[in-house]
Ligand binder design. Structure first.
Ligand SMILES: [Zn+2]
Length: 490
């Protein structure tokens, strides 16, 4: 039987005892995946549906080819084949449609570059691929950056420096101290201030010739088409699936290229989705993973320099598209692994039956993205649906004669930041394995950082027959804010 290697992506290595590769003997891709799942049962629900089909939010490649373009799970394996599992991480109108082509910007190209600007852009002007004509093109160009966080920060700085004439920024957050480790647009003095005001000031200092247009609101189905329409290229710097699908769909419908980037811990993905000549995000990931399978950067962490590199790769692709030079990452998914310092490239193709960008598309407008992704609408407070306890109630319960058993479902690294005395540490992913340790407790209070993982864990325990379980509302951060100000929040 052929011997192949299945490469396990970082988010799933928790289920393979940290192994990055698993050797398998199998004649087909489906057999290889099943055999990995047999050896590591925790992987199963992440990769396969209950009836054994490959899940829609998981892409599988043999060497650099997507198995969807071949015989799906029946794709044969040969000795030495590398099977890559590429899950969606949070972190392109039918072919032949009209609209500006890459390299064609909406503004007139005859904007003079004179005086100091000749000097400012001299290193561009020396490049035959840019020159005066290219620099004018950049000045006439409009780029929309969705999200001015880890990816949007370096991208905005380089695009302003490069002389892009109009930069649209979408964000609504304030700068948080925990942003500064990677969001290089902001300074310590900006903490607590609105991101867009700080970004506008910094970018204008860098290049007064770049017009900054701030969209201080959430990108939502109600405003996305109208905003995206005003720009030539969209750069996706979002960190959540609802906005990612929204950006993709708006770009397909408005016929704009979508420069995609996403990050997870030490790994990044970059591509250019332009449905006029290649796949869109939905071609690769027709549906998002369920929310409880995807930790956010706030939960999983991210190496500070990683979004710097990924954001600059995105800016590079945006500049190439505007200038109409080079080979854009259309139809290619670039994977970057910072720990190995390795880049890999996978071929991605248009899904001939894509719901959005194929001739048989069934989706012709924007949809309800939070519902599509199974998450609450942004800004709404949704009851967790599980029994909860407030920090004040927990303080009283802990002082009572029979205090509840505290279960901390966070990771070790988080416990090093803040902890509650006497709590039993069981990371959420390991909960079912450690259920025996909980059976003797009279009552249980589960907590995490902010209350979302503990709600999931509470649901799991209730499903396993526990009756007296509650989730700490707001997590240990709420406890720190309201009960014990000596504890740090994060
Ligand atoms: Zn598509």
């Amino acid at each position: 039987m052929p011997k192949a290697v299945v490469r396990i992506p970082t988010p799933l290595r928790a289920f393979t005892d940290g192994a990055a590769e698993v050797a398998v003997d199998s004649t087909t891709v489906g057999g290889a995946i099943r055999s990995v799942c047999e050896r590591h049962p925790g992987l199963r629900r992440h990769l396969l549906t209950p009836d054994g089909q490959l899940r829609n939010f998981v892409s599988v490649f043999v060497n650099e080819e997507d198995v969807r373009q071949r015989e799906q799970t029946e794709t044969p394996l040969r000795d030495g084949d590398l099977v890559s599992i590429v899950p969606a991480i949070a972190g392109g109108a039918p072919a032949g449609a009209s609209g500006p082509r890459p390299g064609e910007t909406s503004a007139p190209a005859e904007i003079p570059i004179v005086g100091d600007d000749l000097r400012r852009y001299s290193r561009h002007l020396l490049l035959p691929e840019v020159g005066l004509a290219g620099q004018r093109r950049l000045r006439g160009a409009k780029v929309l950056i969705v999200g001015t966080g880890g990816l949007g920060s370096p991208a905005a700085l380089y695009l302003a420096a490069a002389g892009v004439g109009t930069l649209g920024l979408v964000d609504f957050d304030a700068v948080d101290l925990s942003n500064l480790q990677r969001q290089v647009l902001y300074a310590t003095a900006d903490v607590g201030r609105p991101k867009l005001a700080a970004a506008e000031r910094r970018l204008t200092e860098l290049n007064p010739g770049t017009r900054i247009v701030t969209h201080e609101e959430r990108l939502e189905a109600r405003n996305a088409l109208e905003i995206v329409r005003r720009y030539d290229v969209v750069l996706d710097g979002t960190d959540n699936f609802p906005t990612r699908y929204l950006v993709n769909d708006a770009c397909v419908l408005e016929r704009k290229p979508n420069v995609y980037g996403s990050i997870y811990r030490f790994e990044g993905q970059v591509s250019v989705f332009d449905a006029r000549r290649g796949p869109c995000y939905r071609c690769i990931y027709p549906e998002p993973p369920p929310p409880d399978l995807v930790p956010s950067c706030a939960e999983a962490g991210v190496l500070g320099v990683l979004p710097g590199l990924v954001g600059v790769l995105q800016a590079t692709e945006a500049v190439k598209l505007l200038l109409g030079v080079g080979e854009p990452l259309v139809g290619r998914l670039l994977l970057y692994d910072a720990l190995a310092m390795a880049f890999r490239e996978l071929k991605i193709r248009k899904n001939p039956t894509c719901d959005l960008c194929s001739p048989s598309a069934t989706q012709h407008g924007l949809i309800d993205y939070p519902a599509f992704c199974g998450v609450p609408a942004p800004g709404t407070v949704v009851p967790s649906g599980v029994p909860e306890i407030t920090p004040e109630e927990l303080r009283a319960a802990l002082a009572a004669p029979e205090p509840p058993l505290l279960v901390d479902v966070r990771e070790d690294e988080e416990r090093a930041i803040s902890a509650l005395p006497g709590a039993l540490p069981i990371p959420k992913a390991e909960l079912t394995e450690h259920v025996d340790e909980l059976t003797r407790a009279r009552s249980i209070v589960v907590f995490c950082r902010a209350g979302s993982r503990s709600a999931d864990a509470t649901r799991t325990l209730l499903g396993l027959g526990f009756t007296n379980v509650r989730s700490l509302r707001g997590g240990i951060n709420a406890w720190a804010e309201r009960i014990d100000p000596t504890l740090p929040t994060y």
